[in-house]
Ligand binder design. Structure first.
Ligand SMILES: NC(=O)c1ccc[n+]([C@@H]2O[C@H](COP(=O)([O-])OP(=O)(O)OC[C@H]3O[C@@H](n4cnc5c(N)ncnc54)[C@H](O)[C@@H]3O)[C@@H](O)[C@H]2O)c1
Length: 335
C-alpha cells in the first residue's frame, strides 16, 4: 500500500513515519510545508529509505495535492497548526490550514478515488469535562470546542464526515488525547518543562495548575492510526486515549523529580484564556473493535521522553535559538 502522509515532519507525523517503516511494508509520500513546527531533522534516520519520499508543499495548494493523490491508495492527514496558545494569538492561519487545507485534501481524495482518508483529530473538539467528575469523552460526545484551535479541528472533522455523507468518500477519524514522546516541539508542556528544568529555569504552570489532560505515548497513537487505517470501518470515528490523567502540577513534579530539580522551579502564570479544565478519553470502542489499547504506561513513557530530550540537546537547542525564542518571550517573558 502507498500512503500520503501530510504533516509528516511534525511531532506525531514523524513518529508515525518511523513506526510504519518499521512495522508495515507500506510506501510513504510525506507532504509538509515545513512551518515553524516542521523539521526535517526529525526524519534524518529514514531520509534515504527507498520506501520514503518527501515533498515540501502546502495542503492548501490543490495542484500539488492532486498530483500526489494520483500516486497513492490512502491518506493519513496530520498537517495542522496544532498549538492552542498560538491559536489565541493568530487564529487565521488555523482556519486556513486546518479547515481550508482539509477541504482541499478531501476534494482531491474524492477526485483521485482514494481508498481511505484517515483524519487525525483531537479530544479538544469535545470541550471540557468537570474537574472532579468521572465522565470521559467517547464517540457519542457532542462537539463543544472552545479555542480557535479546537474549533478549527472540529470544523475539519465535520468536513470529513460531510464528504463521506455527501459524496461517499471512505474515511475514518481518530480523536486522541495529548501525545508525548520524541520530537515534540518544545512549546508543548512536557518538552517545555524538561528543557527549562534542565537549565534550572522556571516551569510556567497555567492558573492554579489543576487543569487535567490525558497523556498518550506517541507510539501507541501511531499503532492506533495504523489499525484504524487497515481495519477501521469506513465512516467511523475512534477515540484514542492513554489512561493517564495528569494535571499541570503533577506533570511538573514528575519531571522535576526525575531530573533531581527543586519544586521551587514551579511558577504559576496567568491562565490560558478559555482553558478547558479536564479532558479524558473512553477508548473502549477501539479496544473492543480493533484490539488496541495503550501499551506504554505513563511512568515508562515519561522516562523515555525525558531521556530522549537529554540525549538530543542539539535538536532542542536549534529550536530554542530560532523563531521560537520570540514566541516564548511573548508568552511567558524571558527564559
Ligand atoms: N500533539 C498532540 O498532542 C495532538 C493531540 C491530538 C491531535 N493532534 C493532531 O495531530 C496532528 C499532528 O499534531 P502534531 O503535534 O504532530 O503537530 P506539529 O505542530 O508538531 O506538526 C504539524 C506539521 O504539519 C505541518 N504543516 C502545517 N501547516 C501545513 C500546511 N499548510 N501544509 C503542509 N504541512 C503543514 C508542519 O510543518 C508540521 O510538520 C494535528 O492534526 C493535531 O491537530 C495532536
Amino acid at each position: 500500500m502507498k500512503i500520503l502522509v501530510t504533516g509528516g515532519a511534525g511531532f506525531i507525523g514523524s513518529n508515525f513515519i518511523y513506526w510504519v517503516l518499521k512495522n508495515r511494508d507500506w510506501e510513504i509520500i510525506n507532504l509538509d510545508k515545513l512551518t515553524y513546527a516542521g523539521n526535517l531533522e526529525n526524519l534524518k534516520g529514514i531520509e534515504n529509505d527507498p520506501r520514503y519520499n518527501f515533498v515540501q508543499g502546502d495542503v492548501c495548494d490543490s495542484h500539488t495535492v492532486n498530483e500526489l493523490m494520483a500516486k497513492v491508495d490512502c491518506v493519513v492527514h496530520f498537517a495542522a497548526e496544532s498549538h492552542v496558545d498560538r491559536s489565541v494569538l493568530e487564529p487565521a492561519v488555523f482556519v486556513e490550514t486546518n479547515v481550508v487545507g482539509t477541504q482541499v485534501l478531501l476534494q482531491a481524495a474524492l477526485e483521485n478515488k482514494i481508498k481511505k482518508f484517515h483524519h487525525v483529530s483531537t479530544d479538544e473538539v469535545f470541550g471540557a469535562l468537570e474537574l472532579d467528575g468521572s465522565k470521559k469523552f467517547n464517540e457519542e460526545t457532542p462537539y463543544n470546542p472552545h479555542s480557535p484551535y479546537s474549533a478549527s479541528k472540529a470544523a475539519s472533522d465535520h468536513l470529513v464526515r460531510a464528504y463521506g455523507d455527501t459524496f461517499g468518500l471512505e474515511y475514518t477519524i481518530t480523536n486522541c488525547s495529548n501525545n508525548y514522546g520524541p520530537y515534540q516541539f518544545p512549546e508543548k508542556i512536557i518538552p517545555l518543562f524538561v528543557t527549562n528544568a534542565q537549565e534550572d529555569k522556571s516551569l510556567p504552570i497555567y492558573g492554579d495548575g489543576k487543569a487535567v489532560r490525558d497523556y498518550l505515548y506517541v507510539d501507541d497513537h501511531c499503532e492506533a492510526i495504523a489499525l484504524v487505517l487497515e481495519n477501521g470501518k469506513a465512516g467511523e470515528t475512534y477515540c484514542v486515549g492513554g489512561d493517564s490523567e495528569k494535571n499541570g502540577i503533577e506533570m511538573a513534579e514528575t519531571i522535576l523529580k526525575a531530573l533531581g530539580k527543586p519544586k521551587s522551579l514551579m511558577t504559576f502564570v496567568k491562565d490560558r484564556p478559555g482553558h478547558d479544565r479536564r479532558y479524558a478519553i473512553d477508548h473502549s470502542k477501539i479496544t473492543k473493535e480493533l484490539g488496541w489499547k495503550p501499551r506504554v504506561t505513563f511512568e515508562e513513557g515519561i522516562a523515555k521522553t525525558i531521556q530522549w530530550n537529554l540525549d538530543n540537546k542539539g535538536w532542542v537547542e536549534n529550536i530554542l535559538s530560532g523563531e521560537y525564542q520570540k514566541y516564548y518571550e511573548k508568552q511567558y517573558g524571558a527564559r
